[in-house]
Ligand binder design. Structure first.
Ligand code: MLT
Length: 254
């Protein structure tokens, strides 16, 4: 279905408690399949594809624009206040949402993500990757991303699933998201102002986000709970789905 904010999304479950799940780069709502299934028994779960990913057309112009798309979707679904969890880039979008509309979020899940903005070096490598995606398409990312985002020794079916998800991303969507991430605001100053329940979920084997950075982020948020997924890398919701589901359930039903 494409409507709110121009996005396509999955909606499952019902009730007063609503959980929005926001995927990371260069993925889609499919990463949350296990959580949508399990949590929809207790909650209304909404999992959109961000612009340029999965089945949503267009491209992300900025983290703020992506947050506005999601707010529009939630308005159209009649959800004024809701819990939300964001994976990696999805976390950056939720930080932007919190800045834009601080009263909309009732609880926040930060899954394998970080608060800091990009270094100059990271910005440069994102620009190179954006150009490559525009020239060659996304196949190189379908090869690269599972190696970067999943722990060594991951089951081949899961590796294949991630590849399949990445292949659905549009090259223009990939390039725009990379540039939008490079231009994002540092969310570190926001952390101490998060006066809502927060769970930080991280993969102990994540090669993209050092454990010390995750620990510092959680420590800067008043009353954040930190959940380590010992066997996961960067895709904890797929690598250790039950642990992530349980942590999000506790957050959303509080
Ligand atoms: C993601 O998983 O969304 C990306 O690793 C985020 C990033 O590149 O900063």
């Amino acid at each position: 279905m494409t409507r709110g904010g121009g996005l396509d999304w999955t909606e499952k479950g019902s009730g007063d408690r609503v959980l929005l799940l926001v995927h990371g780069f260069p993925l889609s709502r499919e990463i949350w399949e296990e959580q949508v299934e399990a949590l929809s028994h207790d909650l209304q779960v909404i999992a959109p594809d961000l612009r340029g990913f999965g089945a949503s057309p267009g491209r992300i112009e900025s983290m703020e624009a992506a947050a506005r798309d999601l707010l529009e979707l939630m308005d159209q679904l009649g959800c004024r206040k809701f819990a939300a969890a964001g994976h990696s880039m999805g976390g950056y979008v939720l930080f932007a949402m919190r800045r834009l509309a601080p009263d909309r979020l009732s609880a926040l899940g930060l899954v394998c993500t970080r608060a800091a903005a990009d270094s100059e070096e990271t910005k440069k490598s994102r620009e190179e990757m954006a150009r490559r995606a525009m020239e060659l398409g996304v196949e190189f990312l379908a090869d690269l991303m599972p190696r970067r985002q999943l722990a060594p020794g991951t089951a081949p079916e899961l590796v294949e699933k991630v590849r399949r998800i990445v292949r659905r991303a549009a090259p223009e969507g990939v390039a725009a998201a990379l540039r939008a991430m490079a231009a994002r605001t540092d969310a570190t100053p926001l952390l101490s102002t998060l006066d809502l329940p927060v769970v930080v979920i991280a993969g102990r084997r994540d090669p993209l986000i050092p454990a010390a950075e995750t620990e510092a982020m959680a420590a800067a948020i008043p009353s954040a709970r930190l959940v380590w997924c010992e066997n996961a890398a960067h895709l904890a919701m797929m690598e250790e789905p039950r642990l992530v589901t349980d942590a999000l359930r506790l957050l959303a039903v509080r």
